[in-house]
Design a protein around this ligand. Structure first.
Ligand SMILES: Cc1cc2nc3c(=O)[nH]c(=O)nc-3n(C[C@H](O)[C@H](O)[C@H](O)COP(=O)(O)OP(=O)(O)OC[C@H]3O[C@@H](n4cnc5c(N)ncnc54)[C@H](O)[C@@H]3O)c2cc1C
Length: 430
């Protein structure tokens, strides 16, 4: 029986493997396997909410094993470390327990069709001190680490007698992650005041958002970035544009001009790359940020049995620009890869993937949502804000949930979410 392995159960991979499982695995037409290094799935665009405590991964995470059981695929916990294209096997690193003792030794899994969907990691561009002193928001574990440190800082502040001392936080990268995290932090501080952190209010935060380019949200139209800039400034964020960071230290961030931006807590969110071990993996073609080059059918340029989707794919559009690393690209690629794998199994021609830009939205927590939508009826984009923007922003996540659970279950989950908002505290407090 044909064996299809999808590595990476994220925004793209979990949608794809769920569809393949339902269509092929459940009917015994193929063996469908998911490999992920984590036990649970959390949609990555929500990580900044985990970081501030607005979301609890322990409650909101989806178990891969349960998803596999419900949708006709099997799940292997493991981290991909290598691919042997001749033997058609992948290598998974040994599994260690909490104390670092080996539990399961290195494994090889055989495939007929392999899909790589392992996403991306933050790119520190080799900047000195960043690995040691900054937190990345690449995984739920890192987001939770930020949350723990944030709660410690707030506790320190609430218990200290020094009035001048503030909670200094610096975020590098004025893209959607940095902007959304900044707003979410102000939301967190306002809610925490109600939970016994009496001294906390938005003035206790000294938040700096650093962007090397001339404006924040460079991927969005200028009007929108100006609007977000203004909103952040009104919240109290010190937005530094045209500012290049050359070093991170335990005291803060050093700029190219030699200024020190003091910060106890630093987040690096200034660009992405595919993980370093992907560079030239198994003789496949990669670009300078380790993404695997694919043709427009989403197969690697050097092996038609290896598909790549999402952030780790380098897929050029007809206009010569690469498909951007976004949740909407991962969602669309998952659908196209599904169609093409089905076509391949049925010896039918594969179809080209075409990126459809539906626009981009940035959610400034409960303060505002701004962005642009690409209209079918008009040329270019339409600016949106407020309630409409918020609804469309949420709908991207709903589409992901529908792809994983279907409409009925997604509806029930929305209902449970509303009930929980009534029953549970607004923020994760531990
Ligand atoms: C804070 C934040 C906010 C964002 N907001 C938005 C937004 O508003 N809109 C938008 O369009 N995009 C947003 N993005 C980008 C979006 O999250 C990504 O583009 C999208 O998740 C990519 O999907 P993916 O399937 O390629 O990878 P991911 O969703 O990252 O999934 C990768 C999966 O692979 C697994 N994995 C990784 N390495 C290995 C390995 N070696 N072995 C086994 N498994 C592995 C991981 O555990 C993970 O489950 C945001 C990103 C962040 C960090």
């Amino acid at each position: 029986m044909t064996r299809i392995i999808v590595v990476g159960g994220g925004a793209g991979g979990l949608e794809l493997v769920t569809k393949l499982g339902r269509q092929l695995g459940r009917k015994g037409k193929a063996e469908v396997i998911l490999v992920d290094r984590n036990r649970t799935h959390l949609w990555k665009p929500l990580l900044h909410e985990v970081a501030t405590g607005a979301m609890d991964p322990g409650i909101d995470g989806l178990s891969y094993r349960s998803q596999a059981h419900n949708h006709g695929f099997s799940f292997h916990l493991g981290t991909l470390t290598g691919i042997d294209r001749e033997a058609k096997t992948i290598t998974l690193a040994p599994l260690l327990d909490e104390a670092g003792k080996p539990m399961v030794s290195e494994r090889l899994l055989k495939y007929d069709i392999l899909v790589l969907a392992i996403g991306s990691v933050s790119n520190d561009f080799g900047t000195q001190g960043v690995r040691e002193h900054c937190i990345f928001l690449d995984s739920p574990q890192q987001a939770e680490r930020f949350h723990d440190e944030l709660m410690n800082r707030f506790l320190q502040y609430a218990e200290s007698d020094t009035v001048d001392e503030k909670v200094d936080i610096a975020i590098v990268g004025g893209g959607a992650t940095g902007v959304e995290l900044s707003a979410e932090l102000y939301n967190a501080v306002e809610h925490l005041a109600a939970y016994g952190f009496k001294k906390l209010n938005r003035n206790c935060l000294r938040l700096t958002l650093v962007e090397a380019g001339p404006r924040i949200l460079p991927a969005l139209p200028e009007r929108i970035s100006a609007m977000a800039h203004k909103e952040l400034r009104e919240l109290g964020v010190d937005v530094r544009i045209n500012t290049m960071i050359v070093e991170a230290t335990s005291e803060g961030l050093k700029t190219k001009e030699g200024e020190l931006i003091p910060a106890k807590l630093m987040v690096w969110a200034a660009g992405i790359k595919a993980p370093d071990f992907m560079k030239d993996i198994a003789g496949l073609e990669t670009n300078r940020i380790n993404q695997l080059a694919v043709t427009n059918t989403l197969q690697t340029t050097r092996d038609e049995n290896v598909f790549v989707i999402g952030d780790c794919a380098f897929c050029l559009q007809d206009n010569g620009k690469p498909v951007p690393p976004r949740a909407q690209s991962a969602h669309q690629m998952a659908s196209q890869a599904y169609d093409n794998i089905m076509a391949k199994l049925n010896n039918k021609p594969l179809k080209p993937y075409e990126y459809k830009d539906h626009g981009s939205l940035v959610n400034l927590s409960r303060y505002s949502t701004v962005g642009s939508l690409m209209g079918n009826l008009m040329r270019g984009s339409m600016m949106v804000e407020g309630r409409i923007a918020r609804t469309v922003y949420i709908s991207l996540y709903r589409m992901h949930q529908v792809a994983l659970h279907g409409y009925t279950r997604t509806g029930l989950m929305m209902l449970v979410g509303r009930i929980n908002r009534y029953l549970r505290p607004r923020l994760k407090l531990h």
